[in-house]
Design a protein around this ligand. Sequence first.
Ligand SMILES: [Zn+2]
Length: 118
Amino acid sequence: MSSNMRIEKICAYCGGNFIAQKTITQTCSDDCAKRYYKRRKRDEKIQTAIQQAAIQKPYNPVIKEKEYISIDEACSLLGASRWTIYRLIDKGSLSVAKIGRRTIIMKATIDQLFNIPL
Ligand SMILES: [Zn+2]
């Protein structure tokens, strides 16, 4: 009986109805199977890329609690580039201090950015 198994299924790639001989069959034809496989591989790559980006730039909620933050933390907090942050510092929009060779930003001045009329 199992050798004559006929299962009505919907193709995972083209969405068409087809009769499958095996329960594991997901697509209606070899063509769809190949394309479906390619699409899945591509989606996996995209997912991996997204996950890696998240690992490289983890959002650190602790930054919000700090009074003084680094340039990198300001970038992360605002989603801005270092260049943008330096430009804001040059304009005098952000108050900074030098601790040795490090530049730190007073976080309150970042909050103030939101009060400056455009
Ligand atoms: Zn198909």
